[in-house]
Ligand binder design. Structure first.
Ligand SMILES: Cc1ncc(C[n+]2csc(CCOP(=O)(O)OP(=O)(O)O)c2C)c(N)n1
Length: 319
């Protein structure tokens, strides 16, 4: 990521990710969201940085906190709004909610809710692509809590033994629901878990978009060249509750305060202005694009109908 155009594109997606979730919060408070609202506040650089580093042919499986990855892969805010509102115009036509959608023709694999379950799936997707002679890497995400599941360990072991073209991005955001990392594992770095399976593992500042982007490029290069899987641990902080129904009163306020000063968007903005010669006017232009698109797509979602009951099982059972 070197040109002004690339840097501004990354800034645009960070802002779009955040603005989309802020608009969703308003919908949630208006009781227009069906189910919970899961935010990625403070973690946007991970979704955006990793997805931007990927090639269009690569497979990606974004999870609930990876709205930014969906956006980079070409989904519009309206797709997320309508999903969260269970509207007929959503990617699942109102049959499923939030980020439970995907499209194999775009290389996006829909998530499974069971923590860790996407790891063996994506190891298989990557391995299958290799068997078919394709040059595609499969990437998915996991939370710190998710690294304690059996699927995580079985999946990583398999990936390592098979040398599957697979990248796992672990978002170490300090809490799994109300459990701090220190209360569910006796190690400090998730990277150690990958190293136990002989998988190269890097620890990255997850709130630094350029660091995440560069590390993902290294990871993809390694996996693409046939050397096997790669693990990235992105240190970050979950700045909201598990979902919006959770006020996260178990998180010490000073911890949030500390991480607020490391906000990934504020930091990227400062670097663009101070190190990369981007002007305030150029940033304002991107911000204005974000505001316009969010407004347009929020209107679209609000005006969209709910699905007809008769459509409920379409696409669910084989005809
Ligand atoms: C196997 C399994 N156990 C429990 C749950 C319920 N659950 C959903 S998210 C979550 C916490 C996840 O924490 P973490 O993996 O750290 O991700 P984060 O929410 O911090 O992004 C739990 C316990 C689940 N979805 N799957």
């Amino acid at each position: 990521m070197k040109t002004s155009q690339e840097l501004l594109r990354a800034y645009y997606f960070l802002q779009l990710n955040r603005a989309l979730e802020e608009r969703l919060l308003t919908f949630y408070m208006q009781n227009k969201v069906v189910g919970g609202l899961y935010r990625s506040l403070g973690q946007e650089a991970i979704s955006v940085g990793t997805a931007l580093a990927m090639q269009p042919q690569d497979w990606i499986a974004p999870l609930i906190r990876n709205v930014g990855a969906f956006l980079v892969r070409g989904y519009r805010p309206r797709d997320l709004f309508t999903q969260y509102m269970a509207k007929a115009t959503s990617p699942t036509a109102g049959r499923d909610c939030n980020t439970h959608f995907g499209d194999c023709s775009r290389g996006v694999v829909a998530p499974i809710s069971m923590l860790g379950a996407m790891i063996p799936v994506m190891v298989g997707v990557g391995w299958g692509s290799r068997l078919q002679g394709h040059d595609r890497v499969a990437l998915t995400y996991i939370g710190d809590g998710g690294t304690s599941t059996g699927d995580f360990h079985e999946g990583l072991n398999l990936a390592s033994v098979w040398k599957a073209p697979f990248v796992l991005v672990a978002e170490h955001n300090q809490y799994a629901y109300s459990t701090p990392t220190g209360k569910q594992m006796a190690i400090t770095d998730l990277a150690e878990r990958a190293r136990a399976y002989a998988i190269p593992a890097e620890i990255v500042d997850g709130n630094d978009l350029l660091a995440v982007y560069a590390a993902t490029q290294r990871a993809l290069e390694h996996a693409r060249s046939g050397q096997g899987p790669y693990f990235l641990e992105c240190k970050t902080m979950r700045m909201r509750g598990h979902a919006e129904h959770d006020d996260a009163r178990y998180v010490p306020p000073q911890l949030l305060e500390e991480w607020r000063s490391r906000d990934p968007i504020d930091r990227f903005r400062s670097r663009l202005l101070e190190e990369f010669g981007i002007s305030q006017a150029q940033l304002d232009e991107q911000d204005a694009r974000v505001v316009t698109l969010i407004q347009q797509d929020a209107d679209f979602a609000e005006q969209s109908p709910y699905p007809e009951g008769s459509q409920a099982v379409g696409g669910v059972f084989a005809p």
